[in-house]
Design a protein around this ligand. Structure first.
Ligand code: ADP
Length: 399
């Protein structure tokens, strides 16, 4: 049984075709510049070469057609016809307060996704376009929505409410939702399995450290708290996002720099984080590492501030759960940067966390990186959001 996993942006479409008999990726690829001149499909069959197909893709409809053609092509295809695709799983960023788990898509689900356009104006319209393009290209096939916000819906009221006049929650559903939920859910449940932890009561902290970054606390795989909020801007310092700050800063900068609120938000989303802190070196952690190693003091402080913020959140989440059994590092930085993992854990000696340097000296591989004597298990646990989406899709639409 094959599941097609789709992740649509406004001008892009990422896909993977996964054989769920063995959870093997049969092919994956990316359509870029949809609706813009110079559209391009990059398609990679498992074990094969990356292939590039430039062709006009005025909308997601043509893009999905190109993807299906590539998947069934007699030369580089991996299936004989679209009939071999059982269902399609879609990453959808915002499910608002409507969905606390994945759902089989019908008209009411599409309306709920539309109702959340306001909460995720860049993502939800693109996600819906991808769903409608798949419905048109493969009529009658089940489509499943897997929401980035679903994991955070188990947070208690005291956790998700902002200390604002309550009417804003009532009127606009302004609250903390959290993002990267598919990754946090996947990694926390894999940590429980891999670590042989109690499936109902294990207290797990997941550090999803990519370009966007967030931390979550969960008990028995259910989210207790997570660091992103109404939008992905809250929480950790990220590649280009500021994370937590005093909201009065917005008024101060708008006034002194003569910026509109939209321009200010652009600064907080695109020009801040380690990019801003390093004085413009880069948003990419490899560049920041290189600059810091070459003696750039601003880059060094950016890394220290980043590390400190993650450690501070871990400390808060240990308090929130009154303990922790395991900490898992995932995503680009979490999976690849051994020094970052070590430096974050160096704040956690009071918890009895001990990193084994030899075990930690690895990239992108599932393994225990704490010492046997460590009181908390620490894992390097590569995330796999596509597989998580495919598993949910199989569960809800598998025949
Ligand atoms: P996203 O999905 O949010 O775009 P990723 O999870 O792909 O992000 O992570 C991208 C980040 O991972 C980049 O900032 C990149 O610098 C960082 N990264 C990748 N490899 C390394 C490495 N070897 N050392 C440090 N950072 C790395």
């Amino acid at each position: 049984m094959n599941i097609l996993v789709m992740n649509c942006g406004s001008s892009s479409l990422k896909y993977q075709l996964i054989d769920m008999e063995n959870e093997r990726v049969l092919a994956k690829g990316l359509c870029e510049r949809i609706g813009i001149e110079g559209s391009l499909l990059t398609h990679t069959p498992a074990g094969g070469e990356k292939m590039k197909f430039p062709a006009p893709m005025p909308s997601h409809k043509e893009a999905i057609r190109m993807v299906l053609d590539a998947l069934i092509n007699p030369n580089h295809g991996v299936i004989k016809s679209a009939e071999e695709i059982s269902a399609i799983g879609h990453r959808v960023v915002h499910g608002g307060t409507y969905y606390s788990e994945s759902v089989l898509i019908d008209e009411s689900v599409k309306q709920a996704i539309r109702d959340c356009f306001d909460l995720a104006p860049l993502h939800n319209p693109a996600n819906l376009m991808g769903i409608e393009a798949c419905e048109a290209a493969m009529p009658g096939k089940p489509n499943v929505a897997v929401f980035d916000t679903a994991f955070g819906m188990s947070m208690a009221e005291k956790v998700y409410l902002y200390a604002l006049p309550y009417e804003y929650y009532e009127k606009y559903k302004l609250r903390r939702y959290g993002f990267h939920g598919t990754s946090h859910g996947f990694v926390s449940s894999e940590a429980i399995k891999f670590g042989g932890l109690d499936p109902k009561n294990a207290k797990v902290i997941v550090c999803h450290l990519g370009n966007g970054a967030s931390v979550s606390a969960s008990i028995g795989g259910k989210c207790v708290d997570t660091s992103m909020g109404l939008t992905p801007l809250e929480g950790l310092i990220m590649g280009t996002r500021s994370g937590d700050l005093d909201p009065a800063i917005l008024q101060f900068i708008c006034k002194h720099e003569n910026l509109s609120i939209d321009e200010m938000l652009n600064v907080l989303n695109k020009k801040s984080g380690v990019l801003g802190l390093s004085g413009g070196v880069s948003s990419d952690f490899r560049d920041i590492d290189d600059a810091a190693n070459a003696g750039n003091q601003r880059a060094a402080v950016a890394l220290q501030a980043y590390t400190y913020r993650v450690a501070k959140y871990i400390g808060a989440y240990v308090a929130a759960m009154n303990g922790v059994d395991a900490i898992a590092f995932t995503a680009g930085v979490g999976e690849n940067d051994a020094t970052m993992r070590k430096n974050i854990c160096s704040y956690l000696g009071y918890l009895g966390v001990e990193i084994d340097d030899e075990r930690n000296h690895v990239r992108g591989e599932l393994r225990l990186i704490s010492a046997d004597s460590s009181k908390v298990k620490v894992f390097l646990l590569p995330t796999n959001e596509e597989l998580a989406i495919a598993r949910d899709t199989l569960r809800l639409a598998g025949k």
